[in-house]
Design a protein around this ligand. Structure first.
Ligand SMILES: [Zn+2]
Length: 301
């Protein structure tokens, strides 16, 4: 069946499908959730990276490579968020998914990025260093608007007859998101201006949306662990300036987080950076629901 579909594509025929639905591969569970929000039952979506992973070391399985070969579209975060994707593309060898290829969708193109002034860091290993702007932009719920606009256009190109259905799905999703965003903003309003230290610099978009102020990251550069002396300087500064909040993630070094919290007097909260990285974060709205709840619990206690 898959071989027949691939042949049909080669001959300019049917758009790749799995079980009668458009076959879409994403690089993250967040993008999977957003493609599903627009595509509904007309898409079948696979994420190459699991919900919790080290951005430097995603281990893509042969079965997933086979999925990509039979997909209609690759949807990705872009910038330097997926250094592992180059290897996947080399293994797949399909020019459709090369950067800028016809079935390659980099959704960062429509998003207003933060930290683009960061000096570009060149590396032979091509690591995730935020060298082209901060790539964690899906953590501002308002960025779902440009992301889903790009997804809508790509899906409608592949299945023009379904454009109205995709547009209606997106409108319904954004209406629910807008309602929830108003509620989250109101709930966090009393804490606007709260200064926070983060472990990895994943939260500038989230912080800007909800009025938190990220004053420092424990990692001196993205992905680089702190030295003992830089940690000591940071915790002293946190204490002196009264930083109340320390934002960690499920993948953070828990011993390091509790050490910084104990030394600085800040309260640590584990926020969920991706759909599926906590059981309660089952979809894109639930991701913010749980993060807002955890923040309120930490800041209110
Ligand atoms: Zn990062």
């Amino acid at each position: 069946m898959l071989r027949l579909l691939a042949l049909a594509v080669a001959l300019g025929g049917a758009v790749p499908a799995w079980g009668g639905a458009l076959a879409i591969v994403t690089t993250s569970t967040d993008l999977k959730a957003l493609v599903e929000a627009v595509g509904g039952d007309r898409v079948r979506v696979e994420s190459l990276a699991p919900a919790v992973h080290d951005p430097h070391a995603v281990d893509v399985k042969p079965g997933q490579l086979a999925k990509l070969k039979t997909a209609a579209l690759l949807v990705r975060i872009g910038l330097d968020h997926e250094p592992w994707l180059a290897r996947v593309r080399r293994a797949g060898g399909d020019p459709r998914f090369a950067p800028g290829g016809p079935d390659d969708l980099d959704v960062s193109k429509g998003v207003e990025l933060l930290q683009t002034e960061t000096a570009r860091v060149r590396s032979e290993r091509g690591v995730h260093v935020h060298g082209f702007g901060n790539p964690h932009y899906w953590l501002d719920p308002a960025n779902a608007r440009p992301i889903t606009r790009a997804i809508l256009e790509a899906l409608a190109r592949l299945a023009p007859a379904d454009r109205d259905a995709f547009a209606a799905n997106r409108t319904r999703f954004l209406a629910r998101l807008d309602d929830a965003l108003a509620r989250w903003t109101e709930a966090l309003a009393p804490y606007r201006g709260t200064r926070a230290v983060v472990v990895h610099d994943s939260w500038p978009y989230f912080a800007r949306r909800f009025g938190l102020v990220v004053v420092a990251a424990i990692e001196p550069a993205p992905g680089v662990p702190p030295s003992a002396s830089s940690l000591a300087a940071l915790t002293q500064k946190m204490r002196e300036t009264g930083v109340r909040l320390l934002i960690a993630e499920p993948s953070s070094n828990a011993a390091l987080v509790s050490q910084v919290a104990a030394r600085s007097g800040a309260r640590a909260v584990v926020l969920v950076p991706s759909v599926g990285a906590a059981p309660e974060a089952g979809d894109y709205l639930a991701l913010f629901e749980i993060n807002v709840r955890r923040l309120l619990h930490t800041l209110g206690s």
